[in-house]
Design a protein around this ligand. Sequence first.
Ligand SMILES: [Zn+2]
Ligand SMILES: [Zn+2]
Length: 312
Amino acid sequence: MKTFLVALFAAVLSCAAAAQQPDFKVTLLGTGSPPPVLKRFGPAVLVQAGKETLLIDCGRGCTQRLAQAGVKLGAIDALFITHLHSDHVVGIPDLWLTGWLDSPFGTRTQPLQVWGPAGTRSMMENMQKTFQWDVDTRVADQNLSRSAAGINATEMAAGVVYERNGVRVSAIEVDHGELIKPAFGFRIDYDGRSVVISGDTRFSENLIKHAAGVDLLVHQVAMAKEELLAKSERVRTILAHHTKPPEAGTVFARAKPKLAVYYHISLQGDPTVPAPTEKDVEDATRSTYAGPLVLGEDMMVFVIGKDGVTKQ
Ligand SMILES: [Zn+2]
Ligand SMILES: [Zn+2]
């Protein structure tokens, strides 16, 4: 009887733990863009849905943020790249090679699985050539697995690109400029819930279409003061490739996510004209959108539950 009661108690406890454990979680690992600042690391979003651990982009500092989130580098099932601009891919060699080490933070037993736009395969092949000395040496010297040191790269078109354990990843073509084609956002669906991550894009009708009614919409934003735009060709060019707050507000107002979140927050300034503040971004967004909005920060976690999205 006593044994039975202990077993019953243990079963109740494990059920309670399972009930509390969110099964669809989105962590903003990096909410920045190219500037090398400590506050916002390079763009990277961790999506944990059911049994799948997925990474969208791998910008600067992605591995440190994964460690902060308590996720082993080797535990990433698949990496999806929005486009090949360096701020979105510069963390890949670190994820790939450090994740391969047999230390507790690594332990990847399979090649790194990567999906990306045209050009991804070539980038991954060249990356392997660049680091061939390290792989050859560690295989010979530390007896590490050569097959696990590989990278399997798949170049994708728009549509469903991955389906496993009830998790579906779809690539959405977005508009990041004439010379950056294709560029993608991603939609991840699991158990009737969903998140869309914009990647880098100008105002995109196609993104609105695929984000309609999504639970969580993570969107990039870029802003500069009018004085700076008037005098800086460089800043005008940057903003012409990205979405400004009132445009992003229109995306949110039409897609109607349960929660809208900014990441890849690019606030342009120079020594004479200060960058806009986060309050400026919010105020400018409010000119077109009145719904729920969060300005993302590194390591913010969102749980997509059956009753809505909560920020942890
Ligand atoms: Zn970018
Ligand atoms: Zn870009």
